[in-house]
Design a protein around this ligand. Structure first.
Ligand code: F6R
Length: 642
C-alpha cells in the first residue's frame, strides 16, 4: 500500500541523460507509473532544484498529477521523491496527498504505513505552535522531522565527531532521531532544500529497497519503482535509515550505527512488467499463467522423482519431526493454502490447518517447535501475514515462506523460502501468483512426503510428470475461452452470482467469487456445495446464476455424483447453472445452461485449470461494465498495514 520512489542523480547542468535536466522527474514519474498498483487515491512528487523544493500533488490517479505537471511544470532537478497513495489517515484529497512540505517549504516528506502514536505527537506539536494542513499522520512526522532538523546545529558541532558523520548529514541524523520516537509501521522518505542531492529514508515494518545505478541511486517500495533504470538492488533490514546521493548509499540503524544491506540482482527486467500488447495487466497475467507454473516447477526435481528444493534451508531432520502444518495467508493466497491443505494432508498425512493471518495470533493458537508454518504471500509484504509469521517464530515454530517477491520482508524473516517464479504481478487482483502458489505448495507437500517416506519415489515422479503437463493444459483453457468471455459479456447486468464447489473445488469457487466481487463489484459468494441445503439454497430464485466447479468423474466419483445432485437441486429452484467440468464429462450437460470444459487431470491438480475460466469470467464481466480491471476501486496491492 502506497508506492514510494526516491531519486538522487547528477546535477541538471551535467545531466547527460536528459537534455532538459528533467531526469529526476522522469525517474519519479516512471517509478510511480509502475508502483501505482500499490494505491491510486492520489499521487505527488517533490524535486529539489536551484529553486529549492518544488512540489506537485493531486488526488485521484497518476494521470491527474501528470496533467498538473504539464500545466504547471517543475524546474530541472537532480533529486526528488514521489508517492502514490492508498488512503489510511484522512480521505483521498489534494491536501492529504503526499508529499507534505513543511519547514517553510524546505522539507518534503512521503510516507507509507501508519504512525500509531501520531496523536500525542501532534498534540505536542500543536502546543508548541505548529499548525497542520492535512488530516494525515504523515504531516505530523514531517513536522516533527523539521523541528528536530532545526534543533540540530548546522555544522554538526556537538556531535561526537564535531561534524555529521556520513553522507546524510543533518537530515539523516534528524531522521534517526525521529524514527526512534515513532511507533507503528512506516517508510518515511525526505529531502531537504538545504541538503540538495540527498534523499534520506527510514523503515520499520514497511517495505523499501535501494536501487544502485551508475552515477545515480534510487529508492522504491519495491524494485518495480526503478526497474527501468537498474536491476541491482539492496535489501534493507528493519529499523534502518538509508541515505542516497548520486554516487553513495549509506545504511545505519536508528542510532547511527552503520549497517550493511544485501545486494542482489533482480531476476526480471522492465519488459516483464509491461502489458505486451494486452488490453490490461490482468489479461496479460492470465496469459502468463502457463509460464508462471512452468517456471515455478523448473529445476526443482531431478527427473527421476527426487525433489531438490535447495532453497529450503530447514534441516531435513527437523522437517521429519513436524506434527502439524499451519498455512498463514490472506485473500487469494489463503485460497491457495486451502487447496494445498487437501494435497498436503493426502500426500504427507500431516494435519494441516489454514488460517487467515490476521485472525491467527489473536486466538492463542497452539504452536510449538514441531509446527511448520507455511506462509503464502505474493508480495512478501502483507503486514497481517508478516505479524503472524513473527508470532509463530516467537512460539518456536519453523517457518517457510512461499513468496513471489525476491528481497521482500516475509521471506527474509522466515527460516526458509520457496519462491514462486510467476514474474511481477502488477494487476491488483491476483491471478498468476495464485496458480504459482498452488504449484509451490504442491512441491513442498511432495518434498515432505519424500522426506518422510509417505509416498514412493514412483508416485512422486508420476505426480511431477502430471504437474509438468499442466502449463500446456492451462494454455488450452485460455485459448478456448471465447465461449466464457461471450457469456460474461452477456451478463453485465447481473446483480449476484453464486459459486459452488466441493473438495479442492471449494476454494476454487471462493476464489472465483472473490475475483468477481473485486473486479466487477458484483455480490458473489463461494460455497461448499454440500453446505447448500444448510442455508444458502434459500438464496436461489428464478434466473439466479450459479457457477459450479464439477470434479472429474474419473476421480472420486462419489464426489462427482454429489456435485451433480447439487446442480439439480439449485436448478429445480430456478437457478441458471454454469458448469466447469472435465472434457468428456457429458453427464453434466443435461443439468446446465452452459458448460465449459477443461482438460483432463487428476483431482488434486484440477484447481490449476478450473480457476482459469473463473478469472476470465470476472475479467470480461468487469470489462463489459466499463471498469478498470487492473486497479479496482478501494483496493491496493501489497497490503502493508494491519
Ligand atoms: C485478491 C488479492 C488479494 C491478495 C491478498 C494477499 O485478488 O490479490 O486477496 O491475495 O491481499 O496478498 P499477498 O499474497 O501479497 O500476501
Amino acid at each position: 500500500m502506497c508506492g514510494i520512489v526516491g531519486y538522487a542523480g547528477t546535477a541538471p547542468a551535467q545531466d547527460a541523460s536528459s537534455s532538459t535536466g528533467q531526469r529526476a522527474l522522469e525517474v519519479l514519474v516512471e517509478g510511480l507509473r509502475r508502483l501505482e498498483y500499490r494505491g491510486y487515491d492520489s499521487a505527488g512528487i517533490a524535486v529539489v532544484g536551484a529553486n529549492g523544493i518544488e512540489m506537485r500533488k493531486k488526488s485521484g490517479k497518476l494521470v491527474n498529477l501528470l496533467e498538473e505537471l504539464s500545466s504547471n511544470p517543475v524546474s530541472a532537478a537532480s533529486t526528488g521523491i514521489g508517492h502514490t497513495r492508498w488512503a489510511t489517515h484522512g480521505g483521498p484529497t489534494d491536501a492529504n496527498a503526499h508529499p507534505h512540505v513543511v519547514d517553510g517549504g524546505a522539507l518534503a516528506v512521503i510516507h507509507n504505513g501508519i504512525i500509531e502514536n501520531y496523536s500525542p505527537l501532534k498534540a505536542d506539536l500543536v502546543a508548541s505552535g505548529h499548525t497542520f494542513l492535512s488530516a494525515t499522520d504523515t504531516e505530523v512526522a514531517a513536522t516533527l522531522l523539521a523541528e528536530v532538523f532545526r534543533g540540530l546545529p548546522e555544522d554538526g558541532a556537538g556531535s561526537s565527531e564535531g561534524a555529521y558523520a556520513g553522507i546524510g548529514g543533518r537530515l539523516a541524523q534528524a531522521m534517526q532521531l525521529v524514527a526512534q520516537q515513532l511507533e507503528g509501521a512506516f517508510t518515511l522518505v525526505a529531502t531537504h532544500a538545504e541538503e540538495p542531492g540527498v534523499v534520506v529514508a527510514a523503515r520499520r515494518n514497511s517495505p523499501l529497497v535501494v536501487g544502485l545505478g551508475d552515477g545515480e541511486n534510487f529508492l522504491g517500495s519495491d524494485v518495480s519503482g526503478f526497474i527501468d533504470y537498474t536491476r541491482r538492488a539492496v535489501e534493507l533490514g528493519q529499523n534502518q535509515v538509508v541515505t542516497i546521493t548520486a554516487d553513495q548509499v549509506e545504511i545505519t540503524d536508528f542510532f547511527g550505527v552503520p549497517a550493511e544491506g544485501r545486494e542482489y540482482l533482480v531476476d526480471w527486467d522492465a519488459a516483464a512488467a509491461k502489458k505486451d500488447g494486452f488490453a490490461s495487466f490482468m489479461e496479460k497475467e492470465i496469459n502468463d499463467q502457463p509460464d508462471a507454473v512452468a517456471q515455478t516447477l523448473l529445476g526443482r526435481n531431478d527427473g527421476a522423482g527426487n525433489l531438490t528444493l535447495d532453497e529450503l534451508r530447514i534441516d531435513p531432520a527437523v522437517l521429519k519431526t513436524i506434527n502439524k502444518i499451519i498455512v498463514l495467508a490472506c485473500g487469494t493466497s489463503a485460497y491457495a493454502g486451502q487447496v494445498a491443505k487437501y494435497a498436503i494432508e493426502h500426500w504427507c498425512r500431516i494435519p494441516t490447518e489454514v488460517e487467515l493471518s490476521h485472525e491467527f495470533r489473536y486466538r492463542d493458537p497452539i504452536v510449538d517447535e514441531r509446527t511448520l508454518i507455511v506462509s503464502i504471500s505474493q508480495s512478501g509484504e502483507t503486514m497481517d501475514t508478516l505479524m503472524a509469521v513473527r508470532y509463530a517464530r516467537e512460539q518456536g515454530a519453523k517457518t517457510v515462506s512461499i513468496c513471489n517477491t525476491n528481497g521482500s520482508t516475509i521471506p527474509r524473516e522466515s527460516d526458509a523460502v520457496l519462491y514462486t517464479h510467476a514474474g511481477p504481478e502488477i494487476a491488483v487482483a491476483s491471478t498468476k501468483a495464485f496458480l504459482a502458489q498452488i504449484t509451490a505448495t504442491y512441491l513442498l507437500g511432495l518434498y515432505l512426503a519424500q522426506l518422510r517416506g509417505n509416498l514412493f519415489q514412483g508416485q512422486i515422479k508420476d505426480i511431477l510428470a502430471e504437474l509438468a503437463k499442466t502449463p500446456a493444459k492451462i494454455a488450452t483453457v485460455i485459448a478456448n475461452s471465447g465461449q466464457i468471455r461471450d457469456l460474461a459479456r452477456s451478463m453485465s447486468e447481473t446483480r449476484t452470482v453464486l459459486f459452488l464447489g466441493r473438495h479442492v473445488g471449494y476454494p476454487v469457487a471462493m476464489e472465483g467469487a472473490l475475483k468477481l466481487k473485486e473486479l466487477a463489484y458484483i455480490h458473489a459468494e463461494g460455497f461448499a456445495a454440500g453446505e447448500l441445503k444448510h442455508g444458502p439454497i434459500a438464496l436461489i430464485e428464478e434466473g439466479q446464476p450459479v457457477i459450479v466447479v464439477v470434479p472429474s468423474p474419473r476421480g472420486r466419483d462419489s464426489l462427482h455424483a454429489k456435485v451433480v445432485s447439487n446442480i439439480q437441486e439449485v436448478r429445480a429452484r430456478g437457478a441458471m447453472t454454469i458448469v466447469i467440468a472435465e472434457e468428456g464429462d457429458e453427464s453434466v450437460r443435461e443439468h446446465a445452461e452452459h458448460v465449459f470444459y477443461i482438460p483432463e487431470t487428476s483431482t488434486l491438480l484440477a484447481p490449476l485449470l478450473a480457476t482459469v475460466p473463473l478469472q476470465i469470467f470476472a475479467l470480461e464481466l468487469a470489462t463489459a461494465k466499463g471498469y478498470d480491471v487492473d486497479q479496482p476501486r478501494n483496493l491496493a496491492k501489497s497490503v502493508t498495514v494491519e
